[in-house]
Design a protein around this ligand. Sequence first.
Ligand code: F6P
Length: 398
Amino acid sequence: MKTNNQGNDTLNKKIKRIGVLTGGGDCPGLNAVIRAIVKTAHHEYDIEIIGFEDGYEGLIEGRYRKIDLRDASGILAQGGTILGTSNRADPFRFPVLQNDGYVYLDRSSQGVLNYEKLGLDALIAIGGDGTMGASAGMIEKGLPIIGVPKTIDNDLVGTDVTFGFDSAVITATDAVDKIHTTAQSHHRVMFVEVMGRYAGWLALCSGLAGGGDIILLPEFSYDIEAICDQVRTRNAQGKNFSIVVVGEGAKPVGGEMVVQRTVKHSPDAIRLGGVSHAVAAQVEELTNIECRVTILGHLLRGGSPSAFDRVLATRLGVEAVRMAAKGESGKLVVLKNNRMDSIPIAEVAGKIRTVTPDDNLVRTAQSLGICLGFAQGESPEKYYDPVQTAPRQGQEDN
Ligand code: F6P
């Protein structure tokens, strides 16, 4: 039995080596987590850290390297991930190139073998719902995994917020601020489309922060007439420009989301994008007011993490090591009421957290007279049509 220098964790078994990987789409703050993991492992526990390259791909293919204090130095403010990442590496449906193209094989046992060969005592998986889905399967195969939630979409269940989100909101808000001046100068309706997949958090928060007049979310189907009415009303009031912030998953009443492409090998193959072009074309035709579209895309995943994200990522990284050192497993470290907490990964796998009609942010937007795609005074419930589970399994396209 051993007690660490904080005096509060009694170790039954000395944990010596922990693996770490970053999976899914990158976001600001991943390096801050890696840094916190390496520093805590060194200063608190004298644990060695092995970093797998490109998420679960590195675990399956045996691509890894030792990450020491020198590697973890100077990366706090750096975007991306020094380990690389992949959103095509589901160990249970791993794409393998054979003579006549890709086949999908269950390589999860190879991952367990590589984990054991390295003499690891735990694995920290930093990722979103795809990575947690894969992790849930690997936990069932016996790997002691601690999850750390990341994503600009902020759509993981069980945590108040994911790191990466705040930085993306700041980037989107800055874009909306800049679009404002050209909207005013040219008296146009300017559309700013943001990522977020099936969740409207990014659109809603950057729309509120940037003073958007219309905010379209994936969770509420939009009525084109209501959007045009808002634009006309503003013009009648002498405000001869409008800003529309659009979540990429927005869809019309009775219609579908706009799929930009499908990605071969990806657990969720659908890539959204471009809906604002369709909405802008309709608004221009129906109102005779000039419209322009800006799609922010991957810009939102780049850049240095905000101070909030750096602190959150650091807290999560420290807590993940503490949990691993205590021998805990199968849990996702989360932020709950500004405290570090944890929930079983099995509880979050395959689920997504989306905006609900009773969310305070929805009510706040309505109180300000912001059009959420339907007429003021109409109930959000009537237009509520969310995607509730994360779709899985790759498709065979481009
Ligand atoms: O989940 C993060 C995210 O950036 C989504 O907002 C977006 O829909 C998707 O990833 C884009 O994925 P990719 O990087 O594969 O184009």
